[in-house]
Design a protein around this ligand. Structure first.
Ligand code: TXA
Ligand code: MG
Length: 351
């Protein structure tokens, strides 16, 4: 089970009872199991088994200098893998289980494969009932990155996991679509002041209200050195294969520019897709393939649908894709949406 290079038979397991029991047994034997969390599906392995963890990197085609998040069942188990501090307990009490990942000094029990040789480890307690059942049944800390091939959008359904990893992993627990749809928010509290490494499913403002101070934000220019970087500090990360153009700008302007760009591409004879808001329905010619995610005022809905919509459009035999900013980019979940769109885009137009 430990060599990731051979072809594996990937089983689809029911998300309760015998399915979870079987998944736990596979993990205890060093295998790879994808499972739903409230954010996206993760690809899990026994976090303290270096060989099992290496299998994750092989299955995903992920570079080994990109560290993994360790998932534990309860906040109390944080100390199994990390050295907690007072701030960690405060945040854990308030936000766990949930879409918050804390970076803390690591324990020696965590193999260097998990942390890309860093002195720190990223930890979270997922809220999804199936993730919880699996952590409890296996009695293991589980290292789990998103269960996609490296560079592809994160999976929000079991079918997305199979699209990318069928034949490369041992099983997937099919728990239906995930609720949040974007990955967890990652903050580094191993040093002061705390730093936001990745905006995600928990709004930075909510964390700041507990901290009583603003998180230091990484800008791509200050954060691209080495494995300390959070995911996606690579220029293109959550990326469709069809070229995607993102249009950003002050309120109202991107909507108009989206329309002119799309109509120009249609006029040029291209097959065009748009990842759209409700507000954009009915403004394009009928040959444009629309995938509606949500509305400007409901970023949570757009987050839940974003990665699936990217996959749907990417599979629709189109030549170019367009999207405009989906929500206020500096507020709440809008930060995560803006971040993921920028990483998915091949070109950004400042309108
Ligand atoms: O919602 C999520 O976070 C999902 C679900 C499955 O839990 N997981 C996820 O994992 O998004 P992944 O591998 O796609 O992103 C984990 C990122 C890494 O890319 C890395 O940059 C950051 O977490 N990370 C992990 N350990 C770190 C560390 N010690 N220091 C800084 N960043 C770290
Ligand atoms: Mg990922």
């Amino acid at each position: 089970m430990n060599s990731g290079s051979e072809r594996r038979h990937t089983r689809v397991l029911a998300p309760e009872g015998a399915g979870v029991f079987e998944a736990a047994a596979i993990l205890r034997a060093g295998g790879l199991v994808a499972f739903p969390t409230e954010t996206v599906y993760g690809l899990g392995a026994h976090a303290l088994d270096a060989l099992a963890v290496r299998g994750i990197f092989e299955a995903k085609g992920r570079p080994s200098d990109d560290p993994l998040i360790v998932h534990v069942a309860t906040a109390e188990q944080l100390e199994r893998v990390a050295v907690a501090n007072a701030l960690a307990w405060r945040l854990a009490r308030r936000f766990w289980p949930g879409p918050l990942t804390l970076v803390l000094p690591k324990r020696d029990s965590v193999p260097p494969e998990v942390t890309a040789d860093l002195g720190t480890v990223a930890v979270r307690v997922p809220a999804h009932a199936v993730a919880q059942a699996l952590l409890r049944a296996s009695e293991l800390p589980l290292a789990a990155p998103s269960a996609n091939l490296f560079g592809r959008p994160s999976p929000t359904r079991a079918a997305h996991v199979l699209d990318d990893l069928d034949g490369r992993i041992d099983a997937v627990l099919d728990g239906g679509p995930t609720q949040v749809g974007v990955e967890s928010t990652i903050i580094d509290i191993s040093r002061t002041p705390p730093r936001l490494l990745r905006p995600g499913g928990l709004a930075a403002e909510d964390i700041e209200s507990v901290l009583g101070e603003r998180l230091i934000r990484l800008t791509p220019s200050t954060s691209s050195q080495g494995p300390q970087s959070a995911p996606g500090l690579l220029p293109v990360h959550y990326s469709p294969r069809t070229p995607l153009t993102l249009i950003v700008g002050a309120a109202g302007i991107p909507a108009a520019r989206l329309r002119t760009e799309v109509e120009a591409a249609v006029a040029a004879g291209l097959r065009v897709g748009v990842l759209a808001l409700e507000e954009d329905r009915g403004v394009f010619s009928s040959s444009v393939r629309l995938e509606v995610v949500g509305s400007w005022s409901d970023p949570a809905a757009s987050a839940a649908r974003l990665f699936e919509a990217l996959r749907v459009l990417d599979a629709a035999d189109l030549q170019v894709l367009f999207v405009r900013e989906l929500a206020e980019p500096s507020v709440g979940l809008g930060q995560a949406l803006a971040d993921r769109l920028q990483r998915a885009a091949h070109r950004i137009i400042q309108a």
